[in-house]
Design a protein around this ligand. Structure first.
Ligand code: ZN
Ligand code: ZN
Length: 168
């Protein structure tokens, strides 16, 4: 298994997938290690992107097998699933810190935003109406630097008139 050279965001780096899997009580398998490695290198990937990257590392692994690994890792708290409106679900290994995301309306590029006001403040709503809250999701929408350079500074509508990411 290749060593992760330079993950996009070091906080996504999975130092030792085998140890993480064992700590989580999951059996160590090659597909599970590969999925965690791929997500460390490419945080916020879709399941399909993870599947093709895993196949690049291991050879033939079915997309369904990768979906199953992702589901098991999400259940075990090793992977977080985020679902920006209008996008396929994305996965990342940076879990448990309640960080938020900024998403480019034009190209869908996704980046991490640290919790805005200190430690998980969003978990204490002024009135939760009796609900026990365990997660708060905040998505910031905008235009990424690459798209801004390309002149896509305004909310983006595709040539066919549809917008893959809803403007709000
Ligand atoms: Zn963009
Ligand atoms: Zn993230």
């Amino acid at each position: 298994m290749p060593v992760v050279a330079s993950p996009a965001d070091p906080r996504h780096h999975v130092a030792d997938p085998r140890a993480r899997l064992r700590q989580a009580g999951l059996r160590v398998t090659a597909p599970r290690q590969a999925v965690l490695g791929v997500l460390g290198d490419h945080p916020h990937s879709t399941a399909d992107a993870v599947a093709s990257a895993v196949r690049g590392r291991l050879g033939s692994v079915s997309t369904q097998a990768v979906y199953d690994v992702l589901a098991a890792c999400v259940d075990a708290g090793l992977v977080r699933r985020i679902e920006p409106a209008g996008s396929a679900a994305r996965y990342e290994t940076r879990t448990g810190d309640n960080h938020h995301h900024v998403v480019c309306r034009a190209c869908g590029a996704t980046a991490d935003i640290d919790c805005v006001v200190g430690e998980r403040p969003c978990l204490a709503p002024s009135d939760a109406g009796g609900f026990v809250v365990d997660e708060a999701e905040i998505v910031f929408w905008g235009t990424c630097p690459a798209c801004r350079d390309a002149g896509a500074g305004t909310p983006h509508i595709d040539a066919d008139g549809t917008s893959s990411i809803p403007s709000r």
